[in-house]
Write a protein that binds this ligand. Structure first.
Ligand SMILES: Cc1cc2nc3c(=O)[nH]c(=O)nc-3n(C[C@H](O)[C@H](O)[C@H](O)COP(=O)(O)OP(=O)(O)OC[C@H]3O[C@@H](n4cnc5c(N)ncnc54)[C@H](O)[C@@H]3O)c2cc1C
Length: 477
């Protein structure tokens, strides 16, 4: 069916925008989650919303599934292609269409990178606030689909708080506009975070924020992770909302040190990166409070960035943490879960127990202010069974998050990787209700099928929801 469709795709797209060469197709086999792979049936590189709409209409005509892809940095396999489908890549849609500083907004194409938006308005004293660590390469379309966050989302909110309107191609191939100003149901809110299952964003209107008058960045080193945790609770408890509070444990620090020589204080069991921003006087007052709180929580060293270079040096270790772990382990799983801030200590103790039980090391990096954990579960794929044990530990960490009232994802999405965990968090009725929303947009289940939901099914089918332990557990325990 894809072969027949490919001929028709060449009628609506320039020849070079339709990729069928097997070698070139392999470029698109996976996203940032490299252990899920599939060769796409065909890849298209459209340049306009009309072209995307024409491709989607053809997919409907041939009943062929389609998957949107931005930069392919997703960490849950959301952009995993289908060998029986079309991969629609937005990398040729990279124009900042307009900037209106009076209205504090910019209109951009979906393939524009997150950082490019800030770069377009920085000189005028503005920036785009959500800042995933992947911001140099990830696309704004991908950010919308994942409702991406970043270190500064504690104070400024996630993508959903900064997107004012989206033009999208629906799974039927219509081009429609959704706006925060729309009356009635919040369809824009439903679309943001829908992981490509409700259509493809083709134009995005984002809110621009004023660059803060002052920014202070500090690094506080603690002997134990409990000390860092106490400081986080006390800072938030004091009514201070820092722009960011990020924590790394000893193993994550070791990895960052090996990769980027960030020179964090020796002997630290945990470090906190705390950033305060806003009017100068407010930042000064709050900084004094944060410093006192950290010392009371037994911080043994506090460094304050005195220049933009020193600020970058403090952030370097944290921002490189995911990739850095590759220096101390041949392979690793990046997990993403959320716990209420008050449960951080218990969940971290639980992760320690899992490390002992399964003989697997876990490096912890987290957006501590909003309880968003990114445990990095290390394993050696050359050692028989270790990858499977790491998978179990990774799943058990999510169980811990759920048991403590948290979530199976904070910002990386469900994709293909976590769909199996959805029944651990949601009842059959919950999943059916979500499925109804999906069916309202995509009754034929052609827009990124097989993602988010544990059991693919067409609208109206009786749901069969998989429950119970991860399949590997039955084999190993
Ligand atoms: C080193 C590293 C650090 C990261 N740090 C963070 C972080 O701090 N915070 C965070 O939130 N994430 C982070 N991520 C994850 C990732 O960068 C984000 O999820 C990002 O939003 C994905 O954007 P992308 O363009 O790469 O999307 P892709 O990976 O291409 O796609 C992601 C999903 O979006 C869908 N999609 C893509 N474009 C569109 C579109 N135009 N319309 C509809 N659906 C679309 C795809 O189908 C897929 O489901 C990190 C990833 C890496 C590799």
């Amino acid at each position: 069916m894809v072969d027949q469709l490919t001929g028709r795709l060449r009628e609506v797209l320039p020849d070079e925008a339709v990729i069928t060469d097997p070698v070139r197709l392999r470029t698109y086999e996976c996203d940032g989650l490299t252990y899920h792979r599939a060769t796409p049936g065909v890849v298209v590189l459209p340049e306009t919303a009309e072209q995307i709409a024409a491709v989607v209409r053809l997919c409907q005509e041939f009943q062929v599934p389609f998957v949107a892809r931005g930069s392919g940095t997703g960490l849950s396999g959301g952009a995993l292609p289908r060998s029986d489908g079309v991969l629609i890549v937005t990398s040729r849609m990279r124009r900042v269409l307009s900037v209106d500083l009076d209205a504090r907004l910019a209109v951009v194409e979906p393939g524009v990178t997150n950082l490019a938006i800030t770069e377009a308005v920085r000189d005028a004293g503005y920036y785009y606030a959500p800042d995933p660590s992947s911001q140099q390469i990830c696309s704004i379309g991908g950010n919308v689909a994942e409702n991406s966050g970043g270190a500064h989302c504690l104070k400024y909110g996630f993508t959903v708080n900064h997107v004012l309107a989206v033009e999208l191609v629906t799974p039927d191939g219509d081009i429609v506009d959704l706006s925060a100003m729309d009356a009635g149901y919040d369809l824009l809110g439903a679309f943001i975070g829908s992981e490509g299952t409700l259509g493809i964003a083709t134009k995005i209107t984002v809110r621009l924020s004023r660059t803060p008058e002052a920014v202070t960045t500090m690094l506080a080193a603690f002997t134990t992770i409990e000390g860092g945790g106490r400081a986080v609770s006390a800072i938030i408890g004091a009514g201070i909302v820092p722009a960011a509070i990020e924590m790394m444990d000893a193993l994550a620090i070791e990895a960052a040190e090996a990769a980027v020589k960030c020179e964090y204080p020796a002997g630290a069991g945990a470090v906190l990166v705390v950033e305060l921003d806003g009017p100068e006087t407010e930042v000064e007052t709050q900084f004094a409070q944060v410093e006192r709180i950290c010392r009371e929580a037994d911080a043994f060293e506090i460094r304050v960035a005195a220049s933009a270079e020193e600020r970058a040096a403090i952030w370097k270790g944290r921002k490189s943490a995911f990739a850095a772990v590759g220096r101390i382990s041949p392979a690793y799983i990046v997990q993403d879960g959320v716990v209420p801030r008050t449960a951080l200590g218990e969940v971290l103790a639980g992760i320690d127990r899992l490390q002992e039980e399964f003989g697997i090391r876990v490096a912890n990096v987290f957006h501590a202010g909003d309880g968003n954990l990114h445990p990095l579960v290390l394993f050696d794929d050359g050692v028989a069974g270790e990858g499977e044990r790491a998978e179990i530990v990774s799943g058990r960490i999510l169980d811990l998050c759920i048991e403590h009232g948290g979530s199976i994802t904070g910002e990386h999405g469900v994709g293909v990787d976590k769909s199996r965990y959805m029944p651990r968090m949601f009842t059959d009725e919950d999943l059916d209700t979500m499925q109804l929303v999906r069916c309202a947009f995509d009754p034929g289940n052609l827009s990124n099928p097989g993602k988010v939901f544990p059991t693919p099914r067409l609208c109206g089918e009786v749901p069969v929801v998989r429950k119970g332990p991860h399949p590997f557990e039955a084999e190993l325990l």
